[in-house]
Design a protein around this ligand. Structure first.
Ligand code: FUC
Length: 739
């Protein structure tokens, strides 16, 4: 059994509360003793509607900005960028909390004695058990977020007949317009800003052995055998009449017996969760340590890592189901009206990181919401490209919201004027194709890829024989010119060229696969790709971050954008480009020895990078650091504050330590640390269309089985120093066993 468990409640501390979610509805459960509290979310409840924020002065000033940049007059250029490129208004919409659900337990527990709460990851059930010392009665609460019924379900029972009492009330403390009651339910509804979503949420109770009454805003049950509380919520983002939708969902769920609701939920969840399973050898006695205590150990044990791995997959399943929105900076779990960075989609690393484990760890379908958002962005981004830059195609900057906003976000010189957001997300389209071989999907998304390419065909400028981006930043770092001037924006940052090499290359491959015939355009794209600046090595043996070797204002910066080529891309590999791989190692060392890796996501990226350098020990060391320094008691990642990317990035990295695919080859156990001598992973996936089961003993692979997920699945499989050419039809297997 894979579970987080605690012997104390969250005590009002959100960072100790535990998440449940069905991709759309989310709750953080505090697991209190004498009363109960759930912080609630509905993923489409954002602060307002779509806007046109494109700065009307952008296009006219672009030539002047470029001229100043190429003349090295960076502060002047950046001042003008601030005025002429910043979005009007500066900010996109923000994700908001829905509210809270309170359960008044009517003094049934006044002297809590025996207590435990747990989140069971193998079936996505949260449980609380609390005994009242005075009466000797033990009370149980079991909660889950049902995707099937699309409601949150809470079941209250006790070990003594007729003793369950509860008063349930949901609200938003402020910012809602009205409530209304039915005989067994209470609803509240409200509006966000003009043009933004209107919402409705409702709480309903079903009691066994007692009546349900509504008094004021409370749904009340006294002396029942058992009570099921149902919570639903919706907004006009998806439904015309959220109140009717919520009411209908609650009524339907109320008509289904609890055991059936639960069984359907568990079966549905397991289809996702069981697709990939990691087993590391560890001391089973550690499973008796409460999770927060276990996290405090001098060194994390392998059982904790296995749990962390399961938790990461659980979080993606719970926050990013097909038909839902993608996981934002907090997945779907946000307690604030005005959360850090709007709890938006920050697409200069964070959103991409959220999806790093999707394909490799058996959750390919969880990737789909990202493509829906990307389509919206591609539509809006055409206007942004035309109006701001006079370019064809689509562009997105470093953030987006549920409306797919593509204009620059904030007025933050090191980040705001980056034009690579759409391009980076487009590489995810190719990734999904590489894992699944889904040609139809590639066909559907091809116009988006083409549009992204088209933008850069127009945007790139020729400079010293290369095609470079301008303006360009290496997110969110600052360089120093020889005369001491500091700047962020310039031309041809390494990351831009690396992303574009992938984008253009993938576009050309897609065109070939799909038999596209637009010869002149494809030829143009090919020529441009050849003239993108190459990856260069600097005087300290490091990968250069900018077009030239500048001084570094923050050598320990959290972003390591120029190593995009190492991970997530496969442009740098130890076997294909050993010199560059060595330089990437130097780059990481320099970042880390200057204080790098201080945010959760930055550390998670570093683990992936060391895994890609086949350095299992450094990968392990950083994984350990992530658990010790950047993980909250509820195992959520800490930026600080809570930000979910680190969870996803780190479990993806655990996968990368065990199996790596890219550049036409797949490597088994490339970065196995000494700390994982024995283990097993089932259902890890690789590019080319394969799913693998592997087992290893004493640090050496003992068995491997590869199953083709698609017709014509192909890769060169590297097992130790042997190479196997795999070309299989769907369902066929390749088996390897140590003699
Ligand atoms: C990027 C990062 C920050 C933070 C924010 C949401 O701007 O540089 O560290 O993660 O996104």
């Amino acid at each position: 059994m894979s579970r987080l468990f605690y012997t104390e409640p969250a005590g009002g501390d959100w960072e100790r509360a535990l998440p449940i979610g069905n991709g759309r509805l989310g709750a953080m459960i505090y697991g209190e003793k004498t009363e109960e509290r759930y912080q609630l979310n509905e993923e489409t409840l954002w602060s307002g509607g779509p806007m046109n924020r494109i700065n009307p002065d952008a296009r006219e000033n672009l030539p002047e900005i470029r001229r100043k940049i190429f003349e090295g007059r960076i502060p002047e250029a950046e001042r003008l960028m601030k005025y002429a490129l910043t979005g009007t208004p500066q900010s996109e919409r923000a994700y908001q909390t829905l509210g809270e659900l309170y359960l008044d337990l009517m003094d049934t527990v006044t002297e809590p004695a025996d207590y435990e709460r747990e989140l069971d990851l193998s079936c996505a059930l949260h449980r609380v058990r609390v005994k009242d010392g005075k009466t000797g009665i033990t009370y149980y609460r079991e909660s889950f977020a049902s995707a099937e019924a699309d409601v949150l379900v809470i079941r209250l029972t006790a070990d003594c007949s007729g003793s369950v009492c509860v008063g349930a009330m949901a609200g938003r403390t402020c910012f809602y317009d009205s409530t209304w009651q039915e005989e067994d339910a209470v609803y509240f509804r409200g509006n966000t800003a003009e043009g933004g979503p209107s919402f409705c949420a409702g709480v309903m109770a079903v009691a066994e052995g007692a009546d349900v009454r509504v008094t004021g805003e409370h749904v009340l049950v006294r002396g029942a055998e058992a009570v099921t509380i149902l919570v639903g919520a919706s907004t006009t983002f998806r439904e015309k009449d959220p109140a009717a939708a919520v009411r209908e969902r609650l009524r339907r769920a109320a008509s289904i017996p609890y055991e059936t609701l639960r069984a359907e939920h568990v079966a549905e969840y397991r289809r996702w969760f069981d697709a990939c399973r990691l087993e590391l050898s560890y001391d089973r006695a550690k499973d008796r340590m409460p999770t927060d205590e276990r996290l405090k150990q001098e060194e994390p044990d392998n059982g904790l890592l296995q749990l962390y791995f399961d938790f990461g997959r659980y979080l993606l399943i719970s926050s990013s189901r097909p038909g839902c929105l993608p996981a934002n900076l907090q997945g779907i779990w946000n307690r604030e009206m005005s959360p850090p960075w709007g709890s938006r989609y920050t697409i200069n690393i964070n959103t991409e990181m959220n999806y790093w484990p999707a394909e490799s760890l058996g959750l390919s379908d969880c990737h789909k919401p990202l493509f829906e958002l990307l389509r919206r962005m591609a539509e809006n981004g055409e206007k942004t490209a035309a109006d701001m830059y006079g370019c064809r195609g689509f562009v997105a900057h470093h953030n987006t919201d549920i409306w797919g906003d593509t204009a620059p976000q904030d007025m933050y010189i090191p980040a705001t004027y980056w034009v690579m957001g759409g391009a980076w997300l487009c590489t995810h389209v190719w990734e999904h194709y590489e894992y699944t071989g889904d040609r139809e999907f590639l066909q559907e998304m091809y116009p988006v890829l083409k549009s992204a390419v088209l933008f850069f065909v127009d945007y790139l400028v020729e400079y010293e024989g290369c095609y470079v981006t301008c303006p360009s930043v290496s997110p969110e770092n600052t360089y120093i010119l020889p005369d001491g001037t500091k700047g962020c924006n310039g031309f041809g940052s390494a990351m831009d060229s690396e992303i574009l090499r992938d984008l253009f290359g993938q576009f050309l491959q897609a065109a070939e696969i799909l038999g596209e015939t637009d010869k002149a355009f494809l030829e143009e794209a090919r020529e441009i790709r050849e003239k993108l600046p190459p990856i260069r090595i600097g005087s300290a043996g490091q990968i250069l971050e900018w077009f030239r070797e500048y001084g570094e204002a923050e050598p320990g910066h959290r972003h390591i954008s120029h190593l995009y080529a190492l991970h997530p891309s496969s442009q740098i590999t130890p076997d294909g480009t050993p010199e560059l791989a060595k330089a990437a190692g130097v780059t990481l060392e320099r970042r880390l020895s200057n204080g790098g890796g201080h945010t959760g996501w930055s550390r998670a990226w570093i683990i992936n990078m060391y895994a890609r350098l086949w350095d299992g020990e450094r990968a392990w060391k950083n994984l350990e650091a992530l658990l010790k320094k950047s993980t909250l008691p509820n195992l959520l990642d800490c930026h600080p504050p809570f930000q979910i990317d680190g969870n996803f990035g780190a479990v993806a990295a655990m996968g990368e330590m065990l199996l790596q695919s890219g550049g036409g080859r797949t490597v088994a156990l490339p970065a196995l640390p000494a700390r994982w001598p024995d283990g097993k992973i089932c259902g890890i996936c690789g590019r080319g269309g394969f799913r693998y089961d592997m087992e290893w003993r004493d640090g050496r692979l003992t068995e491997l089985s590869a199953e083709a997920l698609t017709d014509g699945a192909a890769t060169v499989l590297c097992v130790e120093d042997k190479k196997y050419d795999l070309f299989l039809q769907r369902g066929q297997r390749f088996e390897w066993r140590r003699e």
